[in-house]
Design a binder for this molecule. Structure first.
Ligand SMILES: [Zn+2]
Length: 580
């Protein structure tokens, strides 16, 4: 067995996927959950326990456990193997042929980021770092906080990193791909970050993968400059400070989500160990999922200004779609989280945090301020705004409770409005778990599934199926061909082996066949399927004969027509004989 097979057979795909997706058992061999690769409200992401693969019936992604880790964590094949082998304590062969160009590049980029961080930190302490140190002092950051977050300074020269990387022998192509170095028209290289306060950005395992830089001179645009996307940095996947905060998030069973680096740092410095920041980008599903692995509860604390409130409102839908419990922290005095902690202290912030409103009350407040609640038009407008948000709550009981609470909170009386509202909330289209619709016939499906069951049964089955012309007319003919070929070659006929020989369309068919079946199928069922297939064959042959007969007649070849008719009659006799 090669290492990949060994790994796959020792790792349970359900528990690996379960770290990212809440899976519910939905059949003897099957789990389902919300797809982590696209945004959906009813589950179509399916994991097969026995054949150890996943498939999403909405967006079509599928693969094995290695592919899942690759896609979810943005790793190369080699890195995914390594990560799984470390997690499950399965030693990887020393001389492994899996190290590829891709992981070498990533290794180099990570090394460059480490060197850059060191250089930035040294700069901050040097004479050149004075303006940065002044800014830090103005923001009231203690030296240990600066140290803890690895803050640094990128100097004005615009050549410091280029020189450093040249000294360490990194090729120009790697420098460019790091996102830390740019290339001018004339081919010369320059540092992307100049005269900025530098914030290292880490991935969840604590490796530096990017930087954010705050301008120190008011003339420098933009105020915050971030690393571009690189092979090691996918903006939409990373939350600032998550690698430090995840312990705290688990312990407190709550994450605090703020907008910027300084907020995350300030609130952490005040003693809260569960703060993450979205940092400039609109919150993404992947970011929410990254937090969700540690807790389902989140307190959103964005800036008190209008853009902050709008961003908070947008984030609510996304958080609800991921099944998070959302509260909105409101701070008085127009203070952002960092300022609030400094001016009012940790205890006051803690109070605001614990007193944070459920998101629907916060939304209700927001929309109420825009309408005249004394008129029924105003009430209807407010309720219509809130309705879709309430409908987004997946649990029906919770949905009704919240609807009643909100109606009460808004002062909507028990009139028509409330009835209409309640009705709409109750009637939320409850999409049941979607069973993939298989285009395959029942007998066809049974035979495919049986192919992976019992070797003896399979050999019998193949012996009877092989000569059937009907097989070539089935949508699954490509899969049967692969099974026949493997059996003939005397190799193992397992799901992986067959799947590996198929085109993508056929892989989808096979997945559907396998995922549509619960539990074991019996020998009787298999026999019945073979007989059904043989009956189809008879029908098929008769159909063929009839076509040929009418062709002969039309062509005036009556002898041939007579001979074929006799053949047809013989076939029909056998068919009747079988039925008796
Ligand atoms: Zn999907």
């Amino acid at each position: 067995m090669d290492f990949v097979e060994q790994l796959k057979s020792s790792v349970d795909i359900v528990s690996v996927v379960g770290e990212y997706v809440r899976l519910r058992r939905s059949g003897a061999n099957r789990y389902m959950g919300l797809c982590p690769f696209h945004n959906e409200k009813s589950p179509s992401f399916t994991v097969h326990v026995v054949h150890q693969f996943y498939k999403c019936f909405s967006c079509g992604v599928s693969g094995d456990v290695v592919k899942f880790v690759q896609e979810k964590e943005g790793l190369s094949f080699y890195e995914a193997l390594k990560s799984l082998s470390e997690r499950y304590g399965i030693p990887m062969p020393k001389r492994s042929g899996y190290a590829d160009e891709d992981s070498k590049l990533r290794g180099a980029l990570l090394a460059m980021h480490e060197q850059a961080e060191e250089a930035f930190r040294a700069n901050l302490k040097s004479q050149a770092g004075e303006a940065a140190r002044n800014y830090i002092a103005k923001r009231g950051l203690a030296p240990e906080t600066v140290e803890h977050f690895g803050l640094g300074y990128s100097d004005r020269s615009g050549r410091a990193l280029v020189r450093l990387f040249e000294q360490h022998g990194f090729p120009v192509a790697q420098m460019e791909q790091s996102g830390l170095v740019g290339k001018r028209q004339d081919g010369s290289l320059y540092d992307r970050f100049r005269n900025r306060l530098m914030f290292p950005i880490h991935n969840e395992s604590g490796k530096i993968i990017a930087f954010g830089g705050r301008a120190l001179s008011p003339d420098d645009e933009p105020k915050y400059l971030n690393s571009p996307e690189t092979p090691i940095y996918k903006k939409s996947h990373v939350l600032y400070n998550l690698h430090r905060a995840r312990e705290g998030v688990r312990k407190d069973d709550r994450a605090i989500l703020v907008e910027g680096y300084m907020d995350a740092i300030g609130v952490t410095a005040a003693g809260f160990r569960n703060v993450v920041a979205s940092c400039g980008t609109a919150l993404t599903t992947q970011q929410v999922q990254a937090v969700k692995r540690h807790s389902h509860r989140i307190a959103v604390n964005f800036d008190p200004d209008a853009p902050g409130a709008n961003a908070a409102e947008r984030s609510i839908d996304l958080l609800l779609a991921e099944g998070m419990q959302v509260r909105i922290v409101e701070l008085d005095g127009d203070l952002d989280p960092d300022e609030y902690c400094k001016e009012r202290g940790a205890a006051a912030y803690h109070e605001r945090l614990d007193g944070a409103k459920g998101y629907f009350y916060w939304l209700a407040d927001r929309v109420r301020a825009k309408h005249d609640m004394r008129t029924s038009e105003g009430k209807v407008a407010v309720l219509n705004f809130l309705l879709p948000k309430l409908q987004a709550i997946t649990d029906q009981l919770e949905r009704m409770t919240v609807a009643n609470d909100v109606a009460g909170y808004l002062g909507v009386d028990r009139g028509m409005v409330l009835d209409h509202f309640r009705k709409a909330v109750t009637e939320r289209s409850e999409k049941a778990i979607q069973r993939p619709v298989s285009p395959l016939r029942h007998d066809e499906r049974m035979l495919l599934i049986a192919s992976f069951a019992d070797a003896e049964l399979r050999t019998d089955m193949i012996g009877r199926l092989r000569s059937l012309q009907t097989i070539e007319t089935l949508p699954s003919r490509g899969i049967f061909r692969a099974i026949f070929a493997l059996e003939e070659a005397g190799g193992r006929v397992g799901f992986d082996e067959v799947n590996g020989r198929l085109e993508e369309a056929d892989q989808n068919l096979l997945a559907q066949a396998v995922l549509n079946e619960d539990g074991e199928i019996s020998r009787e069922e298999v026999m019945a399927a073979i007989e059904s297939m043989e009956r189809s064959e008879q029908q098929y042959l008769r159909g063929q004969l009839k076509t040929r007969i009418s062709e002969s007649e039309r062509g005036g070849r009556f002898d041939e027509a007579m001979r074929l008719t006799a053949e047809l009659q013989a076939l029909e006799r056998t068919a009747r004989g079988r039925r008796l």
